[in-house]
Design a protein around this ligand. Structure first.
Ligand SMILES: [Zn+2]
Length: 430
């Protein structure tokens, strides 16, 4: 077991780095800067080079130089500094050694229990060291576990110079929890990696490169508000027009009624009066053509409703948020192949699941750096029942090191693409 991993993770978890959607600074909260600067000191202390905090985009980057004369790919590992929108003040991680499979009391006074009856996945971790909250905050293993695993892998390489590796680039960035807002400012050219991985992917085995295409629609519905006593043939009630629009969308295509590769329309917020209503929708689909068709359908529904009035009542602003990284990753299958080989060499079965959301990696992939997402070990993220095990984080360290070592075996003079026979197998699996 990696001796500093537990202590390192707990130290990171205790730091409040919650991001804030209502803030327009970069990063959205100053806590993230403080944490990045502390992390920078640690990276320098363990021997990493080119440790740089970029004030413009809030990314901390660093380099572990190559220790081999071979020309091998430069691989990046990326994790996010911020935690989700949930209480993160005074995080007290609790360590439960040799978990026995029963209830874990998070908070005696408030009787907050983490129970396998409610969370059956807990039973996967019997015998392991389970790290939980005290029931009052989130844990922030999403994504402090990712950061701890990446830093520990580099520390291991530095302690074992006989283990050969190419140049490794690290990036720790802000505001992933705000719709990957932070990654939009990531400087791919400065990072200068051949490909990268985010370590931000949930339970052991997860390997994700298939996420939603995403758009956001903002509707403003203009009513005509008059006294109800004299409203006949005059009033247009924006509230009713809004609900008419919402119910004109396919009622089976909502987040709560879809799974897997099924896309949806999601009414995320609504506010207003008879006079004016504002609605926000998310439009999601894994397939790029279906995504375009959904946006077209949505726009047509607006036009159809507008046609019912003497003058248009609904104005629509529709913009794309992010795209499926699969379109990029499929052009570079070796990036997934390397991860699959690494998982299998560590005794882990890769789990390919379409991701019903986005990641930093999908933004970064579409900036030109292929970046699938690998497991970090986090369970029940974004709330007080969040937990992770030391054993899974250690597996994440193993995987990072295996990816790096296996890539060092490849000479860059070979055509990297398609040299593994696994490539086709991976494609078929998804
Ligand atoms: Zn995350």
């Amino acid at each position: 077991m990696y001796e500093n991993l537990l202590e390192r993770f707990i130290a990171y978890a205790k730091v409040d780095t919650r991001s804030d959607d209502s803030s327009y600074t970069v990063p959205s909260t100053h806590n993230q800067v403080t944490f990045a600067l502390e992390l920078a000191k640690e990276l320098i202390r363990i021997g990493l080079e080119e440790v740089e905090y970029n004030e413009t985009n809030g990314f901390l980057t660093a380099t572990l130089p190559s220790n081999t004369a071979e020309a091998v790919p430069v691989i990046g590992f990326i994790a996010h500094l911020d935690t989700a929108d949930f209480n993160s003040v005074n995080i007290h991680p609790q360590v439960h050694c040799a978990y026995d499979g029963g209830d874990i009391v998070l908070n005696e006074a408030e009787q907050i229990i983490l129970s396998p009856k409610e969370f059956p996945r807990l039973r996967n971790y019997i015998g392991e060291t389970v790290i939980t909250t005290d029931g009052t905050t989130l844990l922030g293993a999403d994504d402090k576990a990712g950061i701890a695993s990446i830093v520990t892998a580099c520390e291991q390489f530095l302690a074992h110079p006989e283990r050969k590796h190419g140049k490794i680039r690290l990036a720790f960035g802000p505001d992933e929890e705000l719709g990957a807002r932070g990654a939009k400012l990531f400087d791919v050219d400065h990072f200068a990696a051949d490909f990268a991985y985010t370590i931000d992917g949930g339970p052991i085995g997860n390997l994700t490169y298939d996420n939603f295409n995403a758009a956001q629609a903002e509707l403003t519905i203009r009513g005509t508000s008059v006294h109800p006593g004299s409203a006949k043939d005059t009033m247009v009630n924006a509230l009713l027009v809004a609900s008419q629009f919402a119910t004109a969308l396919p009622q089976e295509e909502t987040p709560e009624r879809t799974s897997g590769y099924e896309g949806y329309y999601f009414l995320t917020s609504q506010s207003g009066t008879v006079d004016e209503v504002k609605q926000t929708y998310y439009i999601r689909d894994h397939d790029r053509e279906h995504f375009a068709a959904r946006k077209h359908f949505f726009t047509e529904r607006v036009a159809a409703l507008n046609a019912q009035f003497a003058e248009p009542r609904i104005s629509l602003t529709l913009f794309d948020q992010y795209y499926n990284m699969r379109d990029i990753i499929e052009q570079h299958p070796v990036v997934v192949d390397l991860a699959v080989q690494a998982y299998e060499s560590c005794g882990i079965t890769p789990v390919f699941k379409p991701m019903r959301g986005g990641t930093d990696g999908c933004i970064i992939s579409h900036k030109g750096l292929p970046t699938p997402n690998l497991f970090s070990g986090t369970e029940n993220g974004h709330g007080k029942y969040e937990f992770v095990t030391l054993e899974t984080m250690a597996k994440s360290v193993d995987v990072i090191m295996a990816i790096v070592e296996q890539s060092a075996v490849l000479s860059k003079t070979f055509q990297l693409e398609g040299i593994f026979s696994l490539t086709q197998a991976v494609k078929n699996r998804v």
